[in-house]
Ligand binder design. Structure first.
Ligand code: FAD
Length: 415
């Protein structure tokens, strides 16, 4: 690891200590920057999250960030399968992939970064910048100054809201039920017919995708792994979704309800629907998931990624629907591209303009592709283009070929 250069260490402030922030922080540190990460959440984030699909591009960025990717990052699968509602196989195709978990990626990236440079319990409220520096101001009045501020503060980014108040997440018209179930709790049939696969269920206007991931303590030992699923269902924003986002006290959580506050009848309804519309193997995993939760799905496109000495990256910059499984990979590649641009020796604002020129197009492309992949699940009125995409991407063959696979054309592949 390169220590910050004694002569003139450039200082970076990273806001948000999740995967995007940790990619940026590790890469900047290894390029000689004096970096500190400021995360709003007071406790460790490790227990959060669910499954993540890896791509070769992600492995490259992890390696550059100081992570040994040979160190069992996840569970390997070799085939995809689609199950009909009666549980029989509709289609199969070979597609080797490594499936990991958010917690595993967080753990390896966090270990690669010096603990004394990572600060929990720091919520950014505002920032100022001038020709020489940028200063972050936190909720408790503390401040941090540097040459660069990296906004890796996610979908509801405070930094982006200060810079581009007009840019808002757009509800996609459907939500995702998610969960993780213990391998050891599954029936023999589900263990044999579902667990080894990246599996799909495609009821009309819905989509279930599921795959094995590491278990507690990030073990990949057979018998102790877990099975992860994401089940997309349309939900009208003003009626169904609003009701589901309402807790037992009557409070509505428009940006997403904390999982412990989801009403028991909403959870029971989801389990009932799983039995009615999904293959029995999928219904079993939904039934046996203890911490079942849902998230509304959003699209988000920032207008700019470079604002003087401030760079937006990861979900703060663009959020694509999860169908291409590119969220983490995009955050990593944003960070790699940013650090490359800063390494050319030009001023920070110039480097950030170069970063923006390269990554804005990639972000837009991924958001557009994911929107096309998900169009057939939207509850709200579709535009003509969305209707065309809904037709194109509703066949089993197209869904199995393109889901959780990097988009094939455009700049996304080159970066
Ligand atoms: C249903 C679903 C499935 C997904 N599946 C996949 C998948 O298979 N593969 C994949 O690659 N991606 C997937 N994603 C996307 C992926 O989770 C994100 O794209 C990725 O984690 C980007 O992370 P980030 O660091 O940019 O943002 P986040 O993970 O949202 O992190 C932002 C961080 O900033 C902190 N923060 C926020 N505000 C402040 C503040 N004011 N001050 C300080 N800190 C602050 C937050 O606490 C948080 O820790 C999925 C997403 C969803 C919703």
């Amino acid at each position: 690891m390169t220590a910050p250069s004694a002569a003139s260490p450039r200082k970076a402030i990273v806001i948000g200590g999740s995967l995007g922030g940790l990619f940026a922080a590790n890469l900047l540190l290894r390029d000689g920057w004096d970096v500190h990460v400021y995360e709003r959440v007071a406790d460790e984030l490790e227990s959060r999250g669910a499954g993540v699909v890896t791509h070769p591009e992600l492995m490259e960025v992890l390696t550059a960030a100081g992570v040994d990717v040979a160190d069992r990052i996840g569970v390997d699968v070799s085939e995809r399968v689609t199950l009909r509602q009666d549980g029989t196989v509709e289609d199969k195709r070979a597609l080797p992939q490594t499936l990991t978990a958010w917690g595993r990626l967080y753990q390896v990236l966090r270990r690669a970064f010096p603990a004394e440079r990572y600060h929990n319990g720091h919520q950014l409220l505002s920032f100022t910048q001038d020709a020489e520096s940028v200063t972050a101001v936190f909720a408790d009045g503390r401040e941090a100054s540097g040459d660069l501020l990296v906004a890796a503060d996610g979908l509801r980014s405070t930094v982006r809201q200060l810079l581009e108040p007009q840019t808002k997440p757009q509800y996609a018209g459907y939500l995702a039920w998610r969960g993780l179930v213990e391998e050891s709790s599954l029936s023999e049939r589900t263990l044999a017919e579902l667990f080894p696969y990246f599996a799909f269920g495609l009821p009309p206007r819905e989509q279930m995708i599921a795959y094995p991931v590491a278990g507690q303590g990030n073990t990949v030992e057979p018998g102790r792994r877990r099975y992860n699923f994401v089940w997309y269902r349309p939900a009208d924003q003003d009626t169904t979704l609003r009701d589901m986002l309402t807790d037992a006290s009557g409070k509505v959580w428009p940006d997403g309800i904390p999982p412990p506050l989801i009403r028991p009848e909403v959870l029971a309804q989801a389990r009932r629907a799983a039995r009615e519309v999904l293959a029995p193997q999928f219904a079993e995993i939904v039934e046996k998931t203890e911490n079942l939760f849902f998230q509304p799905i959003f699209d988000l496109e920032s207008t700019g990624l470079a604002h003087g000495r401030v760079a937006l990256l990861g979900d703060a910059a663009f959020v694509a629907r999860p169908h291409c499984g590119m969220g983490v990979t995009k955050a990593g590649s944003d960070a790699a591209n940013l650090v490359r641009a800063l390494g050319t020796g030009v001023d920070v604002p110039d480097a950030l303009r170069t970063y923006e020129a390269e990554r804005h197009e990639v972000g837009r492309f991924i958001v557009g592709h994911a929107r096309a992949l998900g169009a057939y699940m939207q509850a709200q009125t579709l535009t003509a283009t969305e209707r065309e995409m809904a037709e194109k991407y509703r066949s089993t063959e197209a869904v199995m070929r393109e889901t959780a696979v990097p988009p094939k054309t455009g700049r996304a592949q080159a970066d």
